[in-house]
Design a protein around this ligand. Structure first.
Ligand SMILES: [Zn+2]
Length: 260
């Protein structure tokens, strides 16, 4: 949900910038990509829910990412960095990764709207469905998620047939989703090494986090009872405002959802 909020906020609050003037099709594709991308960094954890999205295939991929991440961590570790494995909360939890994901997505979408975009959408639809409906149908969920992702991808392909999605917007959406994940990790866990490989206090994997008082427990009462509903409410409101900017809510007339 934090990925959707970040995407909605950026697109709704920048009406004078090209990212705030997307066609509804590009906005919707971006919304799915950003929501899915907010889970992408945890593919470095083979045991995470997200790694089970597409069953054995995504779990195999996750094991590979975990291995590479661990190698990079140990190869670039400074003296003061903790002596951890580094496979999880390593490379995929850095701004370098967010930038690479942004550029990679833009390149992929630019290459082929016909084939690459649907393939990308399918993967991110899976992450989105898995992320939003975390506890859904635990036994056969990989099959269900695959089916639902395919249906959502098909809907997107039909919708973007006339007005192609903006490649740059797709890339930015993925980058925004990753950054939303880092913020979430920093306020709920022991920090996130977003600034790697910049050396800070003798560490290259410095865990960036707000002061202890401002952090909360994962799945705790503050997160589920207060932050969750606020993030959901803000997402819906700002998404509606962004779509109003795109001209999709003519029935609201002169009523401005976001008077800025
Ligand atoms: Zn994470």
């Amino acid at each position: 949900m934090s990925g959707l909020l970040a995407w909605s906020a950026v697109t709704a609050l920048a009406p004078g910038h090209p990212i705030g003037q997307l066609a509804p099709q590009s906005w919707a594709v971006g919304a799915v990509l950003a929501t899915g991308a907010a889970l992408l960094p945890d593919l470095d954890h083979p045991g995470s829910t997200i790694s089970r999205t597409f069953g054995a295939i995504s779990q195999g991929l996750s094991t590979g990412i975990n291995t590479i991440s661990g190698l990079v961590y140990r190869a670039t570790r400074a003296k003061r960095d903790s002596n951890r494995d580094g496979g999880h909360r390593g490379l995929t939890h850095t701004l370098v990764f967010a930038l690479l994901a942004t550029l990679g997505t833009t390149a992929v979408v630019q290459t082929s709207q016909k084939w690459a975009l649907p393939a990308l959408m399918f993967v991110f639809c899976g992450l989105t469905v898995r992320g939003i409906m975390n506890d859904w149908c635990p036994k056969q969920d990989a099959l269900w998620i695959t089916g639902l992702s395919a249906a959502m991808t098909w809907a997107c392909v039909v919708w973007t047939a006339q007005t192609p999605a903006s490649a740059a917007a797709c890339g930015i959406a993925v980058g925004i989703g990753c950054v939303a994940h880092y913020v979430g990790d920093a306020v709920t866990e022991q920090g996130c090494p977003v600034l790697w490989p910049v050396p800070i206090a003798g560490k290259r994997w410095y865990p960036v986090a707000p002061p202890k008082k401002m952090r909360m427990r994962t799945g705790g009462r503050v997160e589920l009872g207060i932050v969750g509903p606020i993030v959901t409410g803000l997402s819906v409101w700002l998404a509606a405002a962004a779509l109003q900017n795109a001209g999709l809510m003519p029935f609201l007339g002169a009523f401005d959802l976001l008077p800025i």
